[in-house]
Design a protein around this ligand. Structure first.
Ligand SMILES: C[S@@+](CC[C@H](N)C(=O)[O-])C[C@H]1O[C@@H](n2cnc3c(N)ncnc32)[C@H](O)[C@@H]1O
Length: 277
């Protein structure tokens, strides 16, 4: 029997254990949102007291609705750009590269802190066209490893809020300036999410701090030169929200009169470079 892998993470790096766990719980639902069998296998490989995260299965859609929405957008990008580069920033232990299984002409880079990448290496197999980059996203030098000759998809799920606005905008601008064309698929917390961070179990227990609030795509369009909006939605507006449990969906009408709460979790998609004809 293979021995389990131990983890010792803190701060922002630890938060990916919660997102992984919720995906694994979702995989056991009769009607899963994401059905991520890789997440389920991954948590079985890790020596961790998952109950200690203090989160239960009814909250799984908080994460799986988002991940499933970005899977759809990423699959659309890959269908339109079979010869491209994917940068999956703040990948944590997300198994997107295995779920989407991109074709042979896609170069896929999973990027996260060195301690997260070290854990990833022990959990998931390698595959052709797939590389791990162990670096903070805000260190400008990691991008030098990524060939800049093809359209790029920067997919940054669940990471923007851990960056300062200054670092986040600089990072997006570096991507836009380096590649000939591509997409930025990135989610944000609005001001309400940042202000109420101490009440969020995932954040409080990890000891991490959230910084960057984005309330609306116009803020990103004004801050990053050369991008255009393709789509923007929220947890409650995402097409994948319809797959959440009835109990979870029941929250939506209750938030009708509370727009800052309803719009806390923002999912954005931008393009840059020449528009496809
Ligand atoms: C909430 S988890 C999301 C993980 C994964 N994207 C998912 O959706 O399951 C946040 C991830 O962002 C990573 N992260 C946060 N700040 C980072 C930084 N400055 N550089 C690289 N990774 C970072 C953390 O290590 C963690 O893996």
């Amino acid at each position: 029997m293979t021995s389990k892998v131990s983890v010792d993470l803190s701060g922002a790096a630890q938060t990916m254990l919660t997102t992984l766990y919720l995906k694994a719980l979702d995989a056991d639902f009769r009607r899963p949102v994401l059905a991520d069998r890789f997440a389920k296998a991954a948590i079985d490989r890790i020596d961790y007291d998952w109950a200690d995260l203090g989160i239960t299965q009814r909250w799984a859609p908080l994460i799986t609705v988002r991940t499933a929405q970005y899977d759809i957008w990423a699959a659309q990008f890959l269908a339109a750009h079979p010869n491209s580069t994917v940068i999956h920033l703040g990948c944590g232990l997300d198994a997107r590269v295995f779920r989407l299984d991109p074709g042979p002409d896609v170069a896929w880079f999973d990027v996260d802190f060195p301690e997260v990448i070290a854990l990833r290496e022990q959990i998931y197999p390698t595959r052709a066209g797939y590389q791990l980059v162990a670096s903070s996203a805000t260190d400008p030098t990691w991008l030098d490893q990524i060939p800049a000759d093809r359209p790029v998809l920067l997919l940054a799920e669940g990471i923007s809020m851990y960056l300062t606005e200054h670092d986040g905008v600089a990072l997006l601008q570096r991507i836009v300036d380096r590649f000939p064309s591509g997409e930025l698929q990135i989610d944000f917390y609005n001001w309400f999410g940042i202000r109420t961070q101490k009440s969020q179990t995932l954040i409080r227990r990890s000891g991490s701090t959230l910084y960057w609030a984005v309330n609306d795509p116009s803020e990103v369009l004004n801050a990053v030169r050369g991008i255009r909006l393709l789509a923007a939605t929220t947890l409650f507006g995402a097409s994948t929200f319809a797959k959440a449990s009835r109990t979870f969906r029941a929250i939506k009408p209750l938030l009708r009169l509370a727009p800052p709460v309803r719009n806390t979790l923002q999912y954005h998609r931008y393009a840059f470079g020449p528009a496809a004809r």
